[in-house]
Design a protein. Structure first.
Length: 364
């Protein structure tokens, strides 16, 4: 029986509703697809009020890290439990509207740790510790087929959770990547080669492979001081350390072509009007760079320069890109970057309006 796969944006809504209902929920999925990132986004979104997250990597814990440590109370001559420092205290809970306890790698924890977690999930208690009332529990883990160290969860523990199986989705990742200023070459390459966003094969022994997380590592590598002046071999080796050798060869070839592109700023100030490079993945990278540049121009607050940049942006994409890339560029600046371009301003560009208006403003 196939498992229903849920994209990150839908998973986020489902997890949020479970949290608001105080129901524990478990996120399943292969490594690097953004399970912990999704929980962090919810905590930071304000949807749970002033929220705080405690990230507990259960695979690295002993049962006493959850249950606490036993000691003899000399006054009563009985054994008591010193509460664990990682779990939220009542004092901490009073400072926030919501505390999210994220039990990461739950099914990678030894059975003894899972047994301790079961008490926490079942009753909100463990040893002499009781969770404050505003604590929500979310757990995550890799599947048994993901080549990680996993232990089968006991059925009673599994039955205490709602379960979501997350999948990789390029459109969701692209929105995240733009909002987090991922390098334009990474977004451009993956927009053209979407299947390369996730290239994890549990049957191989490769140490590095492409995931949304490892592509973010590539973005960090590209932004590292000295990378652009390093030898081609060093660049390829460094990128391969994040996404694997085969993928690194493809990506570095893409960058070799992209390095010949003009500065996007020169398009928006009128110095460059034609693009000589026709290689599609390089054009996608340049489109992403143009969108970043236009967003930066809007942020500077010079309305006259911004209006001129908008005109030059649309003139350039109309003159140099195929229709698919024109629509992608326009949608990116209008939706993903949320750049404030009024429909009436675009209405003055007759050719653009005749050919592309319906794709951007279907209700107009």
């Amino acid at each position: 029986m196939e498992t229903l796969q849920v994209r990150p944006s839908d998973s986020k809504d489902i997890v949020l509703r479970a949290m608001k209902a105080s129901r524990p929920i478990f996120l399943w999925g292969p490594p690097g697809i953004g399970k912990s990132e999704l929980v962090e986004q919810i905590v930071d979104s304000g949807e749970l009020g002033n929220a705080y997250m405690i990230d507990m990597r259960l695979a690295l814990m002993e049962p006493t890290d959850l249950r606490g440590y036993p000691f003899r109370n000399p006054e009563t001559n009985t054994m008591e439990w010193a509460p664990p420092a990682d779990l939220p205290t009542q004092e901490l809970a009073e400072q926030y509207d919501t505390i999210v306890v994220f039990l990461d790698e739950l099914n990678s924890a030894p059975p003894s740790v899972q047994a301790a977690a079961y008490q926490l999930v079942l009753n909100g208690k463990i040893g002499q510790y009781t969770m404050p009332g505003n604590v929500k529990i979310v757990a995550a883990g890799n599947r048994e087929t993901d080549r990680g160290v996993t232990y089968r969860m006991p059925s009673p523990l599994s039955n205490r959770f709602r379960h979501i199986n997350m999948e990789v989705n390029f459109e969701d990742w692209q929105v995240w990547a733009i909002n987090n200023q991922v390098h334009q070459d990474v977004i451009g390459y993956l927009t053209y080669s979407k299947a390369d966003l996730f290239d994890f094969d549990p049957k191989t022994s490769s140490q590095s492979f492409a995931t949304p997380r490892s592509w973010n590592y590539v973005s960090e590598i590209l932004n590292t001081e000295g990378f652009d002046t390093a030898s081609a071999f060093q660049q390829k080796a460094e990128v391969a350390g994040a996404i694997g050798e085969g993928m690194a060869i493809k990506f570095c070839e893409h960058r070799k072509i992209s390095s010949q592109l003009p500065n996007p700023e020169d398009v928006l100030n009128g110095k460059v009007k034609k693009l000589s490079i026709k290689e599609k993945s390089a054009q996608y990278s340049f489109a992403v760079g143009l969108c970043y540049e236009l967003a930066d121009l809007q942020g500077k607050g010079d309305e006259k320069a911004f209006d001129k940049g908008v005109d030059l942006f649309f003139d350039f994409i109309m003159d140099n890109f195929e229709p698919e890339l024109v629509i992608y560029s326009a949608k990116t600046v209008l939706s993903d970057h949320d750049i404030d371009i009024k429909p009436r301003k675009l209405a003055g560009k007759k050719e653009f309006k005749d050919r592309y208006w319906k794709y951007l403003f279907p209700a107009s």
